[in-house]
Design a protein around this ligand. Structure first.
Ligand code: FES
Ligand code: FES
Length: 159
């Protein structure tokens, strides 16, 4: 076992974990944060995307021990309980999901995308989310949701 200290959604945790435990399973099984989904376990689908020190990572292929000392944000930590982050709100309003399995990872990837490029074109959105697969939507509404989120975030910044 290895002792790790991580801050997840603003809360500091210390745990002894198996050295090969993936971060996704630490979040889901140890912390009970099941909003982070595991679709492939091989870094292909993006359902497990979380932010590690502000950078989107596929948590199925990061070990929990590699997250030692870092700050993690999962989909549960994007907004205060009972409220939605503008990207979550936009996915809701623009029907950017069907089954919802890919959605947490898609939202976390979109948050990073908009952080780096606050006003992306459709092409830039598609390229920015290419590591995240969706089997249901055909991506059109996801792109619309990200554009809508960009507008929301820009109007928030202007206030
Ligand atoms: S579960 Fe991590 S990329 Fe698919
Ligand atoms: S909404 Fe079902 S996989 Fe994307």
């Amino acid at each position: 076992m290895a002792r790790i200290t991580v801050t997840v959604n603003g809360v500091r945790y210390e745990h002894d974990v198996p050295p090969r435990l993936p971060l996704a399973y630490y979040l889901r099984d140890v912390l009970g944060l099941t909003g982070t989904h595991v679709g492939c376990d091989t870094s292909s689908c993006g359902a497990c995307t979380v932010l590690m020190d502000g950078k989107a990572v596929k948590s199925c292929t990061v070990l929990a021990v590699q997250a030692d000392g870092s700050s993690i944000t999962t989909v549960e930590g994007l907004a205060a309980p009972g409220s939605l982050h503008p990207v979550q709100e936009a996915f809701w309003e623009e029907h950017g999901l069907q089954c919802g399995f890919c959605t947490p990872g898609m939202i976390m990837a979109a948050v990073q995308l908009l952080d780096r490029n606050p006003s992306p074109t459709d092409d830039e959105i598609r390229r920015g989310l290419e590591g995240n697969l969706c089997r249901c939507t055909g991506y059109h509404n996801i792109v619309r949701a990200v554009k809508s989120a960009a507008a929301k975030l820009q109007s928030q910044a202007a206030d």
